[in-house]
Design a protein around this ligand. Structure first.
Ligand code: FAD
Length: 506
């Protein structure tokens, strides 16, 4: 059985091999990591701590990071605040939400080992030199159906946050990177890996395209693919994650996540997990917050139960081929929004509001004003005028709002079954429409790996010397991005990078 589907496009065809004569320099190490994102830098540091000589090839001019939350199942910091998760219950929930298509042994590893990885990271990031302050992301969906659990860690006030980067992953990666330099890890920047080197059946190194020509790095313990996801490569998406091409993609640095490692692994005999690969979807390309009142489609019709977590809402749009919808609120939002928090919530619904924090109306008001200025939100005194501004039929929209308000008055959502606690009417002008739509943060599918992160071929056999972590690795999700603990794409990248760094030294 071939690991390459004949229906795939040209991207799946291996290029001609780079000849020995073309190689300008040759280097040796124990472990070669491809990619200096969160998974790669974690793995490099951990392997170096275990005494290995590590080299890292990175396509960009520096390490990379984005986003705020690193989700793990527990940590000493969480414990100090009185939070502890039932990891078996969370693992069961995760597996269920992934339609039982994830690899349970890998999911178990994440739930059992992510606290150890986070404790290790906390020691690094909170050390006096970096002095980042941990916090738990408190906005989580609190209803039963899509319950999100505490565990999403953020780091504030570290050196990168002080430079204006988003507090979170950047300080984690910066601190790990700096520590790894001290332990002798060598980084080859502006050097995309473009070919794996195989001897007999073992992967023994990689060739990168450096500024001075091709460089070959041989690694006696293994080569680690940590090159991130495929969302920057439209052709790969068309074959492996077609829905991704229907939404804006917001990864940065733009052009660095083109699935290079996926292809290298494939050409070396590795197999992909079954597609389509799952998408991690958030709404940042449109208005930031969206809530759970009334959503209407491009025709002004209601189309879903708005009581849903963020990934679910995004999926609901995508499955209807909608790039955006409108979330309707009214001038009563100061009371109506916080009234929903005990029942639902989560990022982009109650943003940074937490159990012990007051909802800060002025923060939302600022967001709303920015939205009105940019066109991501519109406001009108009447429903007719609002319909006109969002380009839907006045009659249809008026009927939708009337029907919605009737359901509210009756305390029963006869159309989509929203819980009565969240049936809150829209009756206080002016009215607002907030533009809501999915954006791809990451495509979280990749090469088949086993519980040692060893890349597998189509028959499930290990490819000696080749490993994959982060979004280059499959098995973690299978069908969807479950926000059982928010921030788990970083959390799994951290955990498996940490574990693999240790495994390679054994
Ligand atoms: C705006 C935004 C916000 C996000 N926020 C969050 C969040 O809060 N929580 C969360 O869990 N997730 C978040 N994500 C998703 C998260 O960033 C990724 O899932 C995560 O970075 C994956 O880590 P990784 O190590 O697999 O890949 P990356 O972090 O993407 O790192 C891969 C690295 O490999 C390099 N590379 C690529 N090709 C090659 C090559 N051929 N040779 C050498 N190097 C190569 C890239 O340049 C890059 O530096 C966010 C994503 C976006 C876009």
């Amino acid at each position: 059985m071939s690991n390459i589907d004949p229906k795939w496009g040209d991207w799946s065809t291996a290029p001609s091999p780079i000849s020995d004569e073309e190689i300008k320099s040759r280097l040796n190490c124990d472990v070669l990591v491809l990619g200096a994102g969160i998974s790669g830098v974690t793995c490099a540091l951990r392997a170096a701590q275990k005494g290995l000589h590590v080299m890292v090839m990175e396509k960009g001019a520096r390490w990379s990071a984005r986003g705020g939350n690193i989700g793990v199942a527990g940590s000493k910091y969480m414990k100090s605040l009185g939070y502890e998760n039932d990891i078996n219950a969370l693992a069961r929930e995760w597996i269920k939400r992934c339609g039982n298509r994830c690899r349970e042994d890998i999911v178990q590893l994440y739930f059992k080992k992510s606290s150890e990885a986070m404790d290790w990271l906390l020691d690094i990031v909170t050390a006096p030199e970096y002095n980042a302050r941990p916090e738990l992301q408190a906005c989580i969906y609190r209803g039963e159906t899509y319950r999100e659990n505490m565990g999403s860690h953020r780091f504030f006030d570290g050196p990168m946050a002080k430079k204006g980067m988003r507090p979170g992953a950047s300080d984690a990666v910066y601190a790990m990177y700096t520590e790894s330099l001290r332990l002798g890890v060598e980084y080859l920047f502006n050097c995309p890996a473009c070919q794996l080197v195989k001897e007999n059946e073992r992967v023994v190194g990689a060739v990168g395209s450096g500024e001075d020509g091709y460089v070959e790095v041989l690694a006696n313990r293994g080569v680690v693919i940590a090159t991130g996801d495929i969302s920057g490569n439209d052709e790969m998406c068309a074959d492996l994650a077609p829905n991704a091409n229907k939404c804006p993609k917001i990864y940065f640095p733009v052009g660095q996540n083109t699935g290079d490692g996926h292809r290298l692994g494939l050409w070396a005999g590795g197999a992909f997990e079954d597609g389509p690969f799952p998408l991690m979807l958030h709404p940042q390309a449109h208005f930031f917050a969206n809530f759970c009142f009334l959503f209407v489609d491009g025709k002004g019709r209601r189309f879903m139960n708005e009581d849903n977590y963020i990934q679910g809402k995004c999926n609901a749009l995508l499955s209807r081929n909608m790039t955006y919808a409108w979330s309707i609120i009214d001038a009563g939002w100061r009371e109506k929004i916080p009234a929903t928090f005990p029942y639902g919530g989560g990022i982009f619904w109650d943003f940074d509001h937490g159990p012990n924090q007051e909802f800060k109306p002025e923060e939302f008001e600022n967001m709303l004003n920015r939205g009105l200025e940019s066109g991501k939100a519109v406001c009108a005194e009447t429903l007719e005028e609002l319909a006109e501004k969002i380009g839907v039929s006045k009659e249809t929209f008026a009927e939708t709002v009337r029907r919605y308000n009737d359901n509210v008055a009756n305390g029963c959502d006869e159309d989509f079954g929203k819980r009565p606690e969240l049936l809150i009417g829209l009756d206080k002008p002016p009215y607002y429409a907030l533009k809501f739509g999915p954006a791809v943060l990451a495509i979280v599918g990749g090469l088949k790996v086993d519980d040692r992160m060893n890349v597998l071929d189509e028959n499930g056999e290990r490819i000696d010397g080749l490993f994959a972590i982060g979004n280059a690795a499959g098995g973690r999700y299978g069908v969807d991005y479950p926000m059982v603990i928010p921030g788990n794409s970083h959390g799994t990248a951290l955990t498996f990078g940490y574990l693999l760094g240790g495994y390679l030294a054994e």
